[in-house]
Design a binder for this molecule. Structure first.
Ligand code: PLP
Length: 399
């Protein structure tokens, strides 16, 4: 394999790196740049640099794509979740139910809204929260349920929708990682009270930065637009109170439109990478690829594996060995949120499935900068690690 014949040839022990440039897990999808520049002409000619004609065009494109009545754009996914949560949370209630194994800033989003995160378990099979894991966390303080789609496939959409009806609670979906999936014949975007997406460079639709909320609720859309535009434009003599600057830049909107034009091609490129991983990983029996469910029409963006009981190294040792080779594999969401030191109150019970998964799941390099050939090299490296594990462990304990 690419020169590795012995354990001391691994880069972590001083050998030369397998890759001369980084092979990240970030998508970094690059659309047609001429197309991006042509769209950018529009806002340059109009002298509008923020929240202008291109952002409006993007919102129309996105609401058509997600088959929803409304799409409201923001400067980031973070602010999209934060403000949707603020608009939806039941007044005088204090808790938001959310998974612990998720986006690292999610508890901060709740705290920013002065809501208490109440961490729920995830399902072993889906890696996501569900009606069954959320139900025990619902109490008289519950203000909102947050359903978060995992990196591969979907969370329990039907179950959570029924649960939110049963308890008359607002339901927000974080759909950042499932932006193009379909469920029951409809595209993700129109389920629950609202859904939130990101246009960050590591996400499916690369707008450099940005985010948006989709909904079929006219009042909610109006409220979100108020928060974004009216609060921002607040008269200078108005009392100080909650004004924000969260509008989407035109240059980001232009990039996102170019990325949407490229989406079908991107999915084809992702599918090839995924199928290559699937074929090659089948030869390793101590790792399991989390497979995409074709019924959801996935975008095949993330490659997630579980290190099975026979896998000889810890997940973090595995990441360290790979990263030294410039294969920038990383932990699936790292430390679960309920395990992090938190400056604010939170509610959490035992979360054994979350804790187990948090130590066994790994994201492998994928996206624009990873070629089919690179995937062969990465899977060979995994095989090399597996076959030489006891030597690697011995050498690691000496460093
Ligand atoms: C990245 C991400 C966000 C936040 O989006 P940004 O645009 O980076 O602020 C929210 N939720 C999930 C699941 C994410 O992966």
């Amino acid at each position: 394999m690419g020169g590795k014949h012995a354990v001391n040839e691994l880069a972590i022990f001083g050998g030369s790196r397998l890759f001369s440039t980084a092979k990240p897990t970030s998508n970094l999808a690059r659309p047609n740049i001429e197309r991006f520049l042509a769209i950018s002409r529009e806002f340059i000619d109009a002298h509008q640099y923020t929240n202008g004609i291109v952002a409006r065009t993007l919102e129309r494109r996105l609401s058509a794509f997600h088959q929803t009545d409304f799409c409201v754009s923001f400067c980031s996914g973070f602010w999209s979740v934060a403000l949707a949560m603020r608009a939806l949370a039941k007044p005088r209630k204090t808790e938001v139910v959310l998974p612990s194994l998720t986006y690292r800033r999610m508890a901060d989003v709740a705290a920013w809204n002065r809501l208490t995160p109440h961490f729920c378990e995830v399902e072993e099979l889906t890696l996501a929260n569900s009606a069954e894991t959320v139900r025990p966390c619902i109490n008289r303080h519950t203000a909102l349920i947050l359903g978060v789609h995992p990196l591969v496939n979907l969370c329990d959409i039907d179950g959570l929708v029924n649960l939110s009806d049963e308890f008359d609670l607002p339901l927000l979906f974080d759909s950042v990682e499932s932006a193009s999936e379909t469920f029951a014949g409809r595209r993700v975007g129109g389920f629950g009270s609202a859904e939130v997406f990101s246009l960050g460079a590591s996400k499916l639709i690369n707008g450099f930065e940005g985010g948006y909320v989709t909904t079929n609720d006219a009042q909610l859309a109006e409220r979100l637009i108020m928060m974004r535009d009216v609060a921002h434009g607040q008269a200078t003599d108005a009392p100080v109170g909650g004004a924000l600057n969260v509008q989407l830049s035109e240059v980001h909107a232009a990039m996102a439109i170019a990325a949407m034009d490229d989406l079908d091609d991107q999915v084809n490129r992702n599918r090839r990478r995924y199928h290559t991983y699937q074929r090659l990983l089948a030869s390793l029996n101590d790792v399991r690829l989390i497979e995409f469910d074709e019924r959801y029409h996935p975008a095949y963006k993330n490659i997630v594996i579980e290190l099975l009981a026979d896998w000889p190294l810890t997940r973090d040792e595995t990441v360290a060995v790979m990263n030294a080779e410039m294969a920038l594999a990383r932990a699936y969401y790292g430390i679960p949120l309920h395990r992090k030191p938190m400056a604010y109150t939170h509610v959490s019970t035992e979360l054994p499935i979350t804790e187990r998964l948090a130590e066994r799941l790994l994201i492998l390099p994928s996206g624009q900068l990873v070629s089919i050939e690179d995937i062969g090299t990465i899977v060979e490296l995994l095989g090399f690690i597996s076959h030489n594990a006891s030597d690697i462990k011995r050498s690691l304990s000496r460093t």
